[in-house]
Design a protein around this ligand. Sequence first.
Ligand code: ADP
Length: 284
Amino acid sequence: MRTMATWTTSATLALRADATTRVADIDARAKPGFHGRKSDGKQLLGERGEVLAALQEKLYAGGRSGDHRSILLVLQGMDTAGKGGMVRHVIGMVDPQGVSHTAFGVPTDEEKRHPFLWRIEKALPAAGQIGVFDRSHYEDVLVVRVHDLVPQEVWEQRYDEINEFEKRVVESGTTIVKVAMFVSLDEQKARLAERLEREDKYWKYNPADVTERSYWPKYQEAYQAVLDRTDTELAPWYVVPCDRKWFAHLAVTELLIDALEKFDLSWPPPDFDVEVEKKRLAQA
Ligand code: ADP
């Protein structure tokens, strides 16, 4: 049975950041554009996952046959926003052969010796791939700005550098889907508390995450600057409320489907004579 849940406004429209987006006002429990409950949402995710997987297979097949296009999903969010779960539940629905996943942590000594985009450029998806960035070049204007890890003159320039870099990436055939994931402070506390209650979650707990909570106003300011200065027509930001994990998963599934549909993909034609091959096979 198909679900009654629906998008009353498409995810791309409902979640798109614009000049009026105020990070401080984001309701992380909201489900913009979507009408339906958790159980509906979960069922719909399964259905839409099949659509996503079919499109991704076409993208991958094209990539193997000379189509240079690819997708880059940028997941940027505070600790506990659910980046890992997004990868498991959404990217987990497609063929892993067509996925390249990179998590960006504190830069290594080698990475520190290069410009901040060096490690990013190296991780861009190849033709036919969906690249996933768990954190990204945006850390260089988020954690770096909040903690003064480089002088302001340096991070100030990075917004323009990022825009120029992303323009180049898009023009080379990669659609960038930038997802800013927002979790409320209350929900973050609950998720951190759960990590302290369960043996299977201790590995996710990092005492530094508690310290970061006190920097929330500074992070809000830094996220606001990201949305104000790096939301472009070529590489737009989508704001995804993440207190309801099922909604966040459904939303990003839709954003990926939309990006793939815009490619207007077709199956690669055979580079052999099908009839001849059928005969050869029958006789083999
Ligand atoms: P996660 O917290 O996502 O599970 P890690 O434990 O590896 O993963 O944490 C990644 C850490 O690396 C985060 O605290 C993040 O702020 C930090 N980080 C990522 N990129 C940078 C950067 N460019 N400069 C400084 N710190 C960074």
